[in-house]
Design a protein around this ligand. Sequence first.
Ligand SMILES: O=c1[nH]c(=O)c2nc[nH]c2[nH]1
Length: 433
Amino acid sequence: MITSATFDKADFTPDVLICVDQSGIIDRVISATDSDYQSVKQTAKNQDILHSVKKGSYILPGFTDLHIHAPQWPQAGLALDKPLYEWLNTYTFPLESKFKDLTFAKKVYHSLITELLANGTTTGLFFGTVDTESNLVLAKICAQLGQRAFIGKVAMDNPKQTPTYYRDDSSATAINETENFIKAIFSLQKETGAELTPVVTPRFVPSCTAETLTGLGQLAKKYNLPIQSHCSESNWEDQYALDNFQKRDSQVLDQFGLLTDKAVMAHGTKLTDDDLNLFNHRQTALAHCPISNVYFGNGIARIKKAHHSQVKVGLGTDISGGFSPSIYRNMQQAIMSSQMLVDLKDQSARLTTDNVFYLATIGGAKALHLNSGQIRSGYKADLQIVSDKYFNISIKQPHAIFERLIYHTTKEDIQQVYVSGKLVHNKLGENNG
Ligand SMILES: O=c1[nH]c(=O)c2nc[nH]c2[nH]1
């Protein structure tokens, strides 16, 4: 198995038993040198509860995707040659407005969640749409398919920055509908036992009025909930805050109580050292979306710098500013983009495979205050079993295997995925589950 130990180091352990209890928590990780390895293995075999992994396959923690716009899944990979403002208004808002049709919503969300699980994503932090009912459809599908989900009703009511056909019709509506959604998710949680959490979700500063930002900050405090939004994603967004509030984007969010230790802000390509210090003081996390940033970011987020400024950082696909639902694909891009910063003369910016694996597992879990992302006793049994497709021809030294998995794993190589010990994706058939 491979699990991240620190930002700089992944641990590789051959021949382990991962014992999962009835509630889906890892009870023990027993290595081959432990005295009861053989007896525990034999007992599990006798009880027919031993799941074995074939030679050339490895157990990794499931990934956390810290930034997904669920309703944008049907346009993943489309119109990415347009700038953000035009992409939002011409393509994205019209698509998101279609989710009032709940039959359409069901079809899209079923496809998306199946795809995320198949790609090894065990926890997702989702933006829904403005429409509460369609967000509940998303929550029910996550419950049904076993995806751990943090979901937000998107609040956007600024008539100057949002179209009439797709906005909350007033600040009161944005706030009341957010509260209704929070209560509905609490009920659904109780009813199904699913791991669902409502998230306070101002789309971004430009799309919300000051009244709405104030009300949402208060709601997050009242219910002690996570918050998600975008911060300093692009030149345009960064400048909007300066022009309209005479403050940095991060300071505007902070002024409304939206930078908390439970907040996750996407992108941050334009964050200054002072912004990063503010994130650190508030213990706000950053969702790094490296593929999306290539298209809309007007720059590369300084992830090494953020980490060394003690800002919590995880990875996001940003469907559909990013085209790929795979966190593997985003780990690869995070490394490649950081290398461009190195080439632009910041020698300390380079991210390694160990670094991005940390972001995808421990980083994401810390951002959401979850005891997940590691294969250790006391952590949720979020696991993916991955086969090394070049095992027969390649170097078998542990770190080489690890790097190969990070660079070459696609959905086809992910055999099984478990969320809290429950099998949620299985390519191996009934008898091997
Ligand atoms: O990449 C992005 N995708 C979005 O949907 C969005 N909305 C505001 N800002 C955004 N950025």
